[in-house]
Design a protein around this ligand. Structure first.
Ligand SMILES: Cc1cc2nc3c(=O)[nH]c(=O)nc-3n(C[C@H](O)[C@H](O)[C@H](O)COP(=O)(O)OP(=O)(O)OC[C@H]3O[C@@H](n4cnc5c(N)ncnc54)[C@H](O)[C@@H]3O)c2cc1C
Length: 468
């Protein structure tokens, strides 16, 4: 098991590990999934509607829809489940794309379920088509080809898509995104050892595909974010700077967006001095948008995503939303946020399905969690990683050895954290933030020495256990 897989397992990032891929409605769920779900299961009561055969339509065929479909089937053997996804693929995990790019797995290794007839065997109908219209009054959805599906309950799990390139010319040959399995195939087919590759963007996706691109032998140029920093939406300046320096030490050339005017045929980048730099491949990874446009005129409230309550219901009767497209409660702030990570999508799918069947399951909010492997340097951020107003922060920086720890406190509770180059505190950080355990006297000790985190966790968790 590689380092990333180990971390992923600690965090319950299920899709690429066995628990997630192999669990089926007919089997008890794996241990990791169990612990992830324990708190919520206590409040769930599933009441399958047995009076008539119900029709469930799920828009999207990613992790959120797959988990929802399986949850529905597990509770109700007779209902009609239609899962509609626009890609001509079996359901797969985007999260596995870096492993596919690096050659660690074949494209079948990205599949969310391993048996060929998994969905057929569960009588889950998977249609490969684009949904164009949702009509809540008629309780129906219309596909691009005009086919109409009626529903009793509808779940929107259309995820997101890459943002357009900030530069003109992205429609030139040799310019791709890195979002779908098809994108992955194009990237693999375009890169040979020594190929010149420009990666436009330095956010989450960009930073985790640097390693596989280097592994394929690419001569890599990476464009930083607008701030000149890497991963500025999930790491502070110190961490982002460390990751950038690390990449440069691995032979990656870094450039600023201000040095680019346009993408030209070739493909090539037209630079600020009007010179052309040719590449074999240009990968655009400059952010994502939720797929919500097709909901216009439906009355379904949207913001950055589809707004949902703790039951994953939208404001429109019989319609739910889950996964990357859903904007639900943020554990740290209580406000609504899109947390585009797979564990959230899977939890959402399950909870939405329970509620669609008339159950009562609530989502207590997703914790912002990011784990990145950037050219072999592991970094993480959790919760309020940038700190909170009136809170205190402890940091430990070792620039030379690419090691960094930042702990953010509100009162005597840990509310956010960042690490670079350390994997030993990851489970503890998440545990302390999510359990909101008061640290008491340990807070001052941690401000003095953040490496005492494990000691603080053990001491305080034991206190809480003794008191309960
Ligand atoms: C390269 C990469 C690496 C990632 N790594 C990680 C990671 O390490 N950890 C992590 O937690 N997350 C990671 N993610 C994010 C993770 O993949 C998403 O959070 C997850 O896929 C969300 O699942 P979802 O079901 O909500 O949406 P998606 O998986 O995006 O699925 C959306 C589905 O909707 C379909 N669709 C869209 N519009 C329509 C329409 N109009 N009609 C019909 N179908 C439609 C799509 O075809 C797709 O089937 C990564 C993402 C990428 C791209």
């Amino acid at each position: 098991m590689g380092i990333f897989c180990k971390i992923a397992a600690m965090l319950g990032f299920g899709s690429t590990d066995k628990n997630e891929q192999e669990s089926s409605p007919a089997e008890p769920e794996g241990k990791a999934a169990e612990s992830e779900q324990q708190s919520q299961q206590k409040t769930e009561t599933v009441k399958p509607m047995v009076s008539s055969i119900k029709k469930y339509v799920l828009i999207g065929a990613g992790p959120a829809s797959v988990r929802a479909a399986e949850t529905l089937r597990k509770a109700d053997g007779k209902c009609i489940i239609t899962m509609i996804g626009l890609e001509k693929e079996v359901p797969y995990s985007r999260m596995a794309l870096p492993y596919y790019l690096s050659g660690m797995i074949e494209d079948t290794g990205t599949h969310l379920r391993k048996t060929d007839n998994h969905f057929e065997s569960l009588n889950i109908v998977h249609i490969h088509a684009k949904v164009e219209k949702v009509e809540p009054k008629q309780q129906q959805v219309t596909l691009e080809n005009g086919d109409v599906f009626e529903y009793d309950k509808l779940m929107i799990a259309t995820g997101s898509r890459p943002a357009n390139s900030p530069f003109p010319g992205a429609d030139n040959d040799g310019v791709v995104n890195c979002w779908t399995l098809e994108d992955g195939r194009k990237i693999i087919n375009s890169i040979k050892p020594g190929s010149k590759v420009a990666l436009l963007g330095a956010g989450f996706v960009a930073s985790i595909i640097i390693e596989p691109l280097i592994k394929r032998g690419a001569d890599l140029t990476v464009m930083m974010g607008r701030t000149g920093q890497m991963v500025s939406r999930m790491m502070d300046e110190t961490a982002g700077g460390m990751i950038k320096t690390w990449c440069e030490s691995k032979g990656v050339t870094t450039i600023l967006p201000s040095s680019i005017k346009s993408i030209e045929a070739g493909p090539a980048l037209k630079r600020d001095d009007d010179s052309l730099t040719e590449f074999d491949l240009i990968i655009v990874a400059t952010g994502v948008y939720s797929n919500i446009e097709f909901l216009e005129g439906t009355g379904i409230k949207t913001d950055a995503g589809v707004l949902v309550n703790a039951a994953l219901r939208t404001n429109v009767r019989h319609i739910y939303a889950a996964g990357d497209v859903a904007q639900g409660v943020d554990f740290s702030t209580g406000s609504k946020a899109v947390h585009a990570i797979q564990p959230t999508a899977v939890d959402h799918g399950r909870i939405a399905a329970v509620n669609m069947m008339g159950g009562n399951s609530t989502y207590k909010g997703s914790l912002s969690m990011n784990v990145l492997d950037t050219a072999g340097l592991i970094s993480t951020s959790f919760g309020s990683w940038g700190g909170v107003d009136g809170g205190e922060t402890a940091t430990l920086v070792d620039m030379d050895n690419f090691k960094y720890v930042r702990l953010n406190f509100k009162g005597d509770k840990l509310v956010g954290a960042i690490t670079v180059g350390r994997t030993d505190y990851i489970g503890v950080m998440r545990g302390l933030i999510q359990s909101e355990v008061p640290l008491g006297e340990w807070k001052e000790k941690l401000i003095e020495d953040p490496t005492l985190l494990m000691n603080a966790y053990l001491a305080q968790s034991l206190d809480v256990a003794r008191a309960s």
